[in-house]
Design a protein around this ligand. Structure first.
Ligand code: NAP
Length: 279
């Protein structure tokens, strides 16, 4: 029998997840269907539980429901608890399990596809929303020298630095306002974890944050060209610029592995997604 999965979000029509999971299923010979479902802002929890009762085996969860997905679960993985949000749900006889594969998705893209070294490096992360919460734990675990956090609303960056101080160990974690950022030593890796790119906007950061040859990574992606952040980074002398499409495919592969026990090959799916966008 065909097993059913879905991505739930609001809005959700733009989601690439149905295409990505269909490609994974074809590649691995798994008999499954995967659809995009518009989440109900007022009734998300009831909607999810009704889908589970109706035979759906698992869900990917996207904006704005990741915190609510975590809250409704019976079992929560350590990485989802640390992130305070879930992007993957698994339904089984014992109840609902929640996980967060965003962080591992970013790490696989950065370290395995782009071969970026993180140990001992200086990192700047811009943004303080759900996505940044999901990536901070794995970034800290990669033992950089330090991670500076900057956000339009500085209080939220301060809150994140505080929330993750208990797991930071030897990694220096600090929230920087605009003044400090302008005077900061340049960084080896700058991650844009804001949603500014989705509106074609740029987070207000000085070009001096990019050390010559630095890596610039935007969690957001646009299929019609580089995001404004990546354009700024390139002009400022960054050596490697990458958008979040690779992370998207990697976090999907981790969810697929959780659900099906099979890890799909991500490189051909990422390449096909880019070709599809170009053509
Ligand atoms: P979110 O929780 O809504 O947080 C949005 C963040 O962006 C906040 O820090 C907000 O600052 C900041 N922001 C929004 N507009 C801005 C602007 N014009 N200038 C400066 N800062 C701005 O969103 P999220 O879930 O963290 O998602 C963030 C991004 O990550 C989105 O682009 C999303 O598509 C992407 N993402 C990608 C993947 C992937 O697999 N590639 C996975 C997850 C998320 P304030 O606090 O000041 O409002």
């Amino acid at each position: 029998m065909t097993d059913r999965y879905a991505v739930i979000g609001n809005p959700v029509h733009h989601s690439k997840s149905p295409w990505i999971h269909a490609a994974f299923a074809a590649q691995t010979g798994q008999d499954l269907s995967y659809e995009a479902v518009l989440g109900e802002l007022d009734g998300f929890e009831g909607q999810v539980l009704a889908m589970a009762r109706g035979g759906v085996r698992g869900l990917n969860v996207t904006l704005p429901f990741k915190e609510r997905a975590l809250a409704l679960a019976d079992r929560v993985s350590d990485r989802a608890r640390l992130a305070g949000a879930a992007n993957t749900l698994l339904f089984a006889a014992g109840g609902v399990s929640a996980d967060n594969t965003d962080g591992i998705g970013l790490m696989r893209d950065l370290q395995q596809r782009l071969h970026v070294q993180l140990a001992g490096r200086r990192l700047l992360v811009i943004g303080a929303g759900g996505a940044v919460r999901g990536i901070l734990g794995p970034l800290i675990a990669a033992a950089p020298a330090g991670i500076d956090l900057h956000n339009r609303t500085l209080e939220r960056a301060r809150g994140l630095a505080e929330a993750f101080s208990g797991v930071a160990g030897a990694v220096t974690l600090a929230a920087l306002g605009a003044g400090h950022l302008a005077r900061a030593e340049p960084y080896d890796l700058v991650i844009n974890g804001t949603s500014a790119s989705l509106a074609g906007e740029l987070p207000q950061i000085p070009s001096s944050v990019f050390r010559p040859g630095a890596v610039a990574y935007d969690l957001a992606y646009r299929l019609d060209g580089p995001t404004p952040f990546l354009t700024q980074a390139q002009a400022a002398g960054a050596g490697v610029v990458a958008d979040g499409l690779g992370m998207l495919v990697e976090q999907a592969a981790e969810a697929f592995l959780l659900w099906r026990g099979v890890r799909p090959e991500t490189a051909p799916v990422l390449q096909a997604l880019r070709c599809r966008a170009a053509g």
